[in-house]
Design a protein around this ligand. Structure first.
Ligand SMILES: [Zn+2]
Length: 304
């Protein structure tokens, strides 16, 4: 699942490619991917009646004015009183093709994954821009969504109210982190840091990496951490996220940038996805453990 560095990389890619462009038409191939209004989009959705056609009519002839991000949500401000929210969830992709460009992309970032020309069978929504360029929304597992919200209803979007502060913003402080931690004493630190209410945009990959660099085991209970340890975690959060952003994210699974190229941070992972391999620091074996249904990878020597 894309996390803050990946979604921010896509935001930057969209800013370079689609901002200022007029949406000439939208093809909704799978209506359950789109939704209208501020309500939370469930993973269980119907293809509805006429939903895709309504979505298309609203978007036609609107211009993309800016692309912002909140947590893992992309926020496209459109001309007229509309905002388009896009969440990639597990396997969503946004791929841009220049006018006349025949884009071929891999579905997965594996050696064996074939390159397929867009649109392919996992392309569910296609934006046609007035200049002849296209934006493809692909999603293998179909949990992602595009949700059109009236600007006057943006305040009703529950995720915006519930997301914690952006970890790269000034609102994210050590005092804040300690205060949140005091409310969840019995949770593991990894589960704590992955809660969107605590901090927005940190998931399985970056929590693993942050705890490695902070030298803290992901299964420690929140209440057992000393203030100095919280400080190490707090300092590592922006450091790791900025490094990952500079490398344009981690291409694990199916994350690609909007031009179809891979993020490079995966090569720098110390623990995530490295279970059973050697730790780069102590040469011991990287272990894994289940925490709340998710797998955490860590080094039992370097992390205490
Ligand atoms: Zn180690």
């Amino acid at each position: 699942m894309p996390e803050l560095p990946e979604v921010e990389t896509i935001r930057r890619g969209l800013s370079r490619t689609v901002v200022g462009k007029m949406i000439k038409d939208v093809e909704v191939r799978l209506p359950k991917i789109v939704s209208l209004g501020p309500a939370v989009v469930s993973n269980i959705r119907s293809n509805g009646t006429g939903k895709g056609e309504k979505f298309r009519k609203f978007l036609k002839n609107l211009k993309v004015e800016s692309v912002k991000r909140r947590g893992k949500m992309l926020v496209l401000d459109l001309s007229g009183p509309f905002t388009l929210l896009i969440h990639l969830k597990m396997t969503g992709q946004l791929i841009y093709a220049k006018p006349g460009e025949r884009k071929e992309v891999k579905i997965f970032k594996t050696q064996t994954s074939p390159r397929m020309a867009l649109p392919h069978k996992y392309t569910h929504v296609i934006f046609d821009f007035a200049d002849g360029s296209h934006l493809y929304f692909n999603d293998l597992r179909q949990f992602g969504y595009l949700r059109l919200v009236g600007d006057d209803a943006l305040e009703q979007v529950r995720e915006f109210r519930e997301y914690g502060p952006e970890p790269l913003s000034g609102k994210f402080s050590l005092a804040y982190l300690l205060e949140r931690a005091s409310r969840r004493p019995n949770l593991s630190v990894k589960q704590f840091l992955m809660e969107p209410k605590v901090v927005a945009g940190i998931g399985n990959i970056y929590s693993d990496e942050i705890f490695y660099w902070a030298g803290i085991r992901p299964d420690r209970k929140v209440r057992t951490l000393k203030k100095l340890e919280w400080r190490r975690i707090y300092l590592m959060i922006p450091k790791i996220l900025k490094e990952a952003l500079a490398a344009r994210g981690s291409s694990v699974g199916d994350f690609f940038q909007v031009d179809g190229s891979e993020g490079k941070y995966g090569r720098k992972h110390r623990v995530y996805g490295r279970y059973g391999r050697r730790c780069h620091t102590c040469h011991g074996e990287i272990k894994k453990i289940k925490l709340g249904g998710r797998t955490a990878s860590y080094c039992p020597v370097c992390q205490r």
